[in-house]
Design a protein around this ligand. Structure first.
Ligand code: UD1
Ligand code: CA
Length: 471
């Protein structure tokens, strides 16, 4: 294969309103498996090593730009604005300024086509290299190509693309359709775009006119892709259908790599999540972007993990929610635990039902098994935190830190009023409100002495009976 090793830039069309979405929100911002639609083609362009990526924005330009910048903070993005939707050629032309001085290939993608695979784009670039013409495109053979541009060949070679509305009955019978995805030489692109006129059934500037111009200069390469891959999103039914395909594709890749997924139809694993082999994913589990799960981990039913790390051999029991949490090896978490940002658990930590942590560092082998809040806490190794323990970390103005040394025992129903320290090996009796530091090896208890009135119940009943008789 001839490799020209030309530079690569990408233009991603994100200007469309998406009327059929019936939404206040721009179409490309609608999430599919946790990420905005346009995140997928943008990610593909970046993966291919594009040195410039130009999202063409229009509808809700500011919102789209803000979201895209937040998604790809370090990417070489240059935004272009298409004020008025005058057709796909006009949309691409609005990227010219952003790519001024660039020479090489320009990959053109749609912001509302999320399933296109990297392999297909690599094949497109290779085909463009191989054929050596100014343009190569992705085509799809459709059962029903209604609405699509048809790839018209003459003597086997691509001659032009004719839009559905401009087709002769003969051309309409052609099932080879244009997916709208191209690799184009920059110099040719800008020159050709300047010559496109809106002389067609829709009065729009058609990007597809490029193909006939390119065909006059050299062979137009084509790469055939599956229809599921090139399908766009026009309404929310299609959005859900594309999400299904994406979900299945991602889940299958994990299963082939050694991950068990109990019910792939209800496991929602976002693109980019890493899972080690021999991990078991239960039903209704959501693993959001940025999550890394080790080997031999059990993710119980209904667990929701966002940007969290779970090390080897840990068991996350059902309905636990982890957000920006780091969980070490062989932990047992849940059921119904909530680990909030800044939670860092060492090895062999156990957190049970209704335990909430936030900015909590917990050492090896420590346990908090029931109904507990640990916020802004540094907890040593081998501690036992009893049921109902609460760190009172907030005084209404500021947050304060609670520190427990190693081997600390906290009795049930303890309040730790921060800032406060409990030293190594210290005990805190059940029901204590700890307001002062507890030195290592000591016991702290704060409890109202218990009074017991023997025979009190019988006496009360007798009193009541007496009253009733009298009344
Ligand atoms: C286009 C192709 C058609 C192809 C089909 C595949 C043209 C003229 N036709 O048709 O051959 O079969 O895609 O889906 O290119 N957009 C803008 N600004 C505009 C117009 C469109 O940003 O002014 C964006 C849209 O938001 C969308 C994409 O470009 O993401 C495609 O536009 P659309 O109008 O859907 O093109 P089609 O008519 O489907
Ligand atoms: Ca379309």
């Amino acid at each position: 294969m001839l490799r020209r090793m030309t530079a690569l830039a990408a233009v991603v069309l994100c200007a469309g309103k998406g009327t059929r979405m019936k939404s206040e929100k721009a179409k490309v911002l609608h999430p599919i498996l946790g990420r905005p639609l346009c995140a997928y083609p943008l990610k593909r362009a970046l993966e291919l090593g594009a040195s410039h990526v130009v999202p063409v924005v229009g509808h809700q330009a500011e919102a789209v730009e803000k979201t895209v910048r937040a998604l790809f903070p370090d990417a070489p993005l240059r935004f272009a604005v298409q004020r008025e939707q005058r057709g796909t050629a006009d949309a691409v032309r609005s990227a010219e300024e952003a790519l001024k001085g660039y020479s090489g290939r320009v990959l053109i993608l749609y912001g509302d086509v999320p399933l296109l695979r990297r392999e297909t784009l690599e094949a497109l670039l290779a085909e463009h290299d191989r054929t050596g013409g100014p343009l190569a495109l992705v085509s799809t053979t459709l059962e029903d190509p209604t609405g699509y541009g048809r790839v018209i060949r003459e003597g086997g070679r691509v001659a032009r693309i004719v839009e559905h509305k401009d087709c002769t009955p003969e051309q309409r019978a052609v099932r080879e359709s244009n997916a709208g995805i191209y690799s184009v030489d920059a110099a040719f692109l800008w020159k050709a775009l300047a010559g496109i006129k809106p002389q067609n059934a829709q009065g729009e500037y058609y990007l597809t006119d490029l193909v006939e111009m390119a065909a006059k200069l050299g062979p137009v390469g084509t790469v055939e892709a599956d229809a599921t891959e090139t399908a766009g999103v026009n309404d929310r039914v299609e959005l859900a259908a594309r999400a299904r395909v994406l979900q299945q594709r991602i889940n299958e890749a994990h299963m082939r790599a050694g991950v068990s997924i109990q019910d792939p139809a209800t496991a929602y694993i976002e693109e980019g999540v890493v899972i080690g082999p021999d991990t078991e994913v239960g039903p209704m589990v959501t693993l959001a972007a940025g999550t890394v799960v080790g080997r031999g981990v059990t993710l119980g039913q209904g667990s929701v993990l966002t940007a969290s790390t779970v090390a080897d051999g840990t068991v996350i029991k059902p309905y636990s929610v982890l957000e920006e949490a780091k969980v070490g090896e062989r932990n047992v978490i849940g059921p119904f635990s909530r680990l909030r940002p800044g939670t860092e658990l060492a090895e062999d930590v156990h957190l049970g039902n209704f335990v909430e942590t936030k900015k909590a560092r917990i050492g090896k082998g420590s346990k908090a098994n029931h109904l507990t809040y640990l916020g802004d806490a540094n907890i040593g190794a081998g501690c036992n935190v009893g049921a109902g323990t609460i760190t009172c970390n907030y005084d209404g103005v500021n947050k304060h830190v609670t520190e427990l040394g190693d081997g600390v025992f906290i009795g049930s129903d303890t309040q730790l009023v921060a800032p406060v320290k409990v030293g190594d090996g210290a005990y805190v009796g059940a029901g204590t409100t700890v307001t002062k530091n507890v030195p290592p090896g000591s016991l702290a208890v704060s409890r109202t002495p218990q009074t017991t009135k023997e025979g009190w119940v019988a006496a009360k009943k007798a009193r009541r009976a007496g009253k009733t008789q009298a009344g």
